[in-house]
Design a protein around this ligand. Structure first.
Ligand code: NAD
Length: 281
């Protein structure tokens, strides 16, 4: 599959776009308005030095990657040539279902559909697309070029050929495909990571220890390179906020309010914005 369309150009969407283009794919970036798309060149400038540092990318490779990306707010135009669509719109079931319904009405019959959703299951969204047998998940981890797992997960009705085509595509764009053999909320990665982050936010909200000390404990005692609050900074504040704000657990809602008040409202959106729990150069 050579022609990729990515829906949503936020934290993850922009990384998926750049990663696929860097590995030679032709990529169309779709988002809801021109102001958002106008920020993409800034995202490429943020990503380029990291590809140079972590993958040894040359200025020519990076310029070629950018030249393979086209941005549009016209969904029909975005889908006209798509062999694969990867969706990275906000983590909200209604937005996802609405987006996939529109995509299903417009995309060529052969197009394969993949969601990057972290918490929703393919079977929750697939029926909205009108072609559930070609629908599955391809889940990336933040900082896709170096945290390069690509978790491929279908639902019971996903065509095995579509599953394998996506696993192969993931490999072609520099990911290590992880074949998740049955539907699992959170895939492999988040089945491990979410309980860790929840425990860390609970320790913070109950005043047990500071973010710095919670992170230090985890790093020193396990040899992990990052502690949970450093991981929050990499993820960006919006995802934990969206996931926790309507939780039925009061502690989780309190954490969401805290993130909004102390970080999001001040523009401290995590590592990508230069500041989250920590400050970055
Ligand atoms: P984000 O808020 O940074 O970006 C979402 C983007 O979608 C924005 O650019 C927004 O303008 C756009 N958008 C909103 N409504 C849209 C619509 N109807 N159609 C098209 N675009 C629309 O979010 P994110 O962190 O990039 O997360 C996106 C998806 O990726 C979520 O499903 C999330 O679970 C998943 N994900 C996130 C991470 C992470 O670390 N941030 C990791 C893995 C997977």
């Amino acid at each position: 599959m050579q022609h990729l369309t990515v829906l949503g150009t936020g934290v993850l969407g922009s990384q998926i776009i750049f990663q696929a283009a860097y590995f030679g794919k032709d990529v169309v970036a779709y988002d809801i308005n021109d102001e958002i798309l106008a920020k993409l060149p800034e995202r490429w400038e943020y990503l380029k030095p990291q590809y140079a540092r972590d993958l040894g990318a040359s200025p020519e490779d990076l310029a070629a990657a950018v030249s393979r990306i086209r941005a549009t707010t016209d969904l029909a135009d975005a889908l006209a040539e798509a062999e694969l669509v990867i969706e990275a719109v906000p983590e909200n079931l209604e937005i996802k279902r609405d987006t996939w319904k529109r995509v299903g009405d417009l995309a060529p019959a052969s197009t394969i559909f993949a969601t990057n959703s972290s918490t929703l299951l393919p079977s929750d969204i697939a029926p909205s697309s009108g072609r559930p047998e070609r629908f599955l998940a391809l889940h990336f981890a933040n900082e896709v070029w170096k945290n390069n797992t690509g978790e491929v997960m279908g639902h019971a009705g996903t065509d095995p050929e579509a599953f394998e085509a996506v696993a192969q595509f993931a490999e072609e764009i520099g990911m290590v495909p992880i074949r998740v053999l049955k539907e699992q909320p959170g895939y492999v990665l988040n089945s491990l990571l979410v309980p860790l982050l929840d425990a860390a936010s609970d320790l913070l909200m109950r005043g047990v220890a500071t973010p710095e000390d919670i992170d230090r404990t985890w790093r020193i005692a396990t040899g992990a390179p990052l502690g949970p609050f450093q991981i929050f900074d990499v993820i960006g504040m919006m995802t934990p906020y969206m996931l926790n704000k309507d939780s039925d657990k009061p502690g989780a809602r309190e954490f969401a309010e805290y993130l909004k008040r102390e970080y999001i409202d001040k523009g401290y959106l995590g590592k990508g914005s230069g500041r989250g729990f920590y400050r970055y150069e």
